[in-house]
Design a protein around this ligand. Structure first.
Ligand code: BTN
Length: 265
């Protein structure tokens, strides 16, 4: 069992309006102790004119939304980071928003000292081969005009999965890295990475950085009922899969059901 430093200052380790005001400076944010989902609140804020980089944060979510329809994201109080960042990308850069989220989290983990970090297509972040974070981009349109995107991100900081049905495929940062992590500091570092990569939205640089971290390439996977070898990814984020009969499939969004550990939880 890894040892986690227990004598940390309770104030510094908790999330609160006051703490986040100090931590986030001038960045517009909304903080809640408990919400159904930060996504819905951020979408409302976006529709009411929030500026880019604004963020909604919650300590606990009761109905955290997962990427796969109907699947919830587990966010118990005090042990995770749940946030939704508002972005206003150009329409042609839209597919890169999910890449940006996964990339920012992967870099954050490496900054913390993690050595085995990868991305499972399209945007699950794996630590030591298990899912540590999920990314959920949701675009808002008025007619055919893009209003903006809400980039939801959930990170398992010290979520205890023992005894749950995802025990073998989910992981938390603290036990994996054997160090205490301050969620408010983690949030600031993550938002910095998001700000950085936001300036590269729509670029080949961002696409290549995401692609270079994909663990899925060359592996046999099953997505949307199609089994085959994941051969490549395209600039819009879609995955090219060649099935056993040699037929090529382009998967725009899907869920890898087997072969790679670290699936949704
Ligand atoms: C996934 O299924 O992998 C994506 C999970 C995304 C979870 C985050 S937590 C913050 C934000 N609010 C939600 O309701 N979902 C996203």
């Amino acid at each position: 069992m890894p040892i986690i430093r227990k004598n940390h200052n309770r104030y510094s380790m908790s999330l609160s309006q006051d703490r986040l005001s100090k931590q986030l400076g001038v960045r517009p944010f909304q903080y809640f102790d408990q919400v159904d989902s930060t996504q819905g609140l951020a979408i409302n804020w976006l529709l009411n004119g929030a500026q880019p980089s604004s963020v909604v944060i919650a300590d606990e979510q009761l109905k955290g939304r997962g990427r796969v329809a109907g699947r919830t994201w587990y966010t118990p109080p005090g042990v995770a980071l749940a946030l939704s960042v508002i972005l206003k990308p150009r329409e042609d850069a839209l597919p890169q928003v999910m890449m940006l989220g996964a990339l920012a989290i992967a870099e954050l983990l490496e900054f913390l000292g993690a050595e085995d970090v990868s991305i499972k297509w399209p945007n699950d972040v794996l630590l030591n081969g298990k899912k540590v974070s999920g990314v959920l981009p949701e675009a808002e349109w008025q007619g055919n005009q893009l209003i903006g995107v809400v980039l939801g991100m959930g990170l398992n900081v010290r979520v205890d999965f023992a005894g749950t049905d995802v025990e073998h495929k989910a992981i938390s940062i603290e036990p994996a890295l054997n160090k205490a992590v301050d969620r408010a500091e983690l949030l600031t570092q993550l938002l910095d990475r998001i700000d950085y990569w936001s300036t590269y939205l729509g670029s080949d640089t961002l696409f290549k950085a995401w692609k270079s971290r994909l663990v899925t390439m060359g592996q046999e996977v099953t997505i949307n009922g199609i089994t085959g070898i994941a051969e490549s990814v395209q600039e819009d984020g879609s995955l090219i899969l060649r099935d056993d009969a040699g037929v090529e499939h382009r998967i725009i969004a899907g869920e890898i059901q087997s072969t790679i550990e670290g699936l949704d939880h």
